[in-house]
Design a protein around this ligand. Sequence first.
Ligand code: RB5
Length: 153
Amino acid sequence: MKIVVASDHGGFTAKEAIVKALEKLGLEVLDLGCRTEESCDYPDYARKVAQAVSQGRAEKGILVCGTGIGMSIAANKFPGVRAAVVWSRETAHLAGEHNWANVLCLSGRLFSGAQHITMIRAWLAAAFGEGRHSRRVKKIIKFESLSCKPRKS
Ligand code: RB5
């Protein structure tokens, strides 16, 4: 499985450790930056990972910023991307089982390296639940063809 990983400065140190850990697990990892702790803009890195997943160049992605929130908001703008912020082994597992999340968004500032790896492993090991979960995710996928016009006042 190919997995793309990126961070902003808030997630840089965590991302470096995550890349090494994923390689140790035998996964094919592509590190899309950033390269230093210098301040940068998280949407630029969310875009790199989300485009790779959206275009089918990678099966899954991991994004790390200060909270994980900005990365998830940006990544979810791309078709086919289901990016989830997770904060525990349980939420990481459920993001895979219930939401079929193909991008995991992590906080680099609120969790330790060991906690990141626990969450990533739970997400990677989770099998999509199918059944009612499939019905719900299909509804989300349909939202991609909606265009919402501003309400006339
Ligand atoms: C950068 O300071 C911070 O805003 C960013 O890493 C992230 O937490 C945004 O959601």
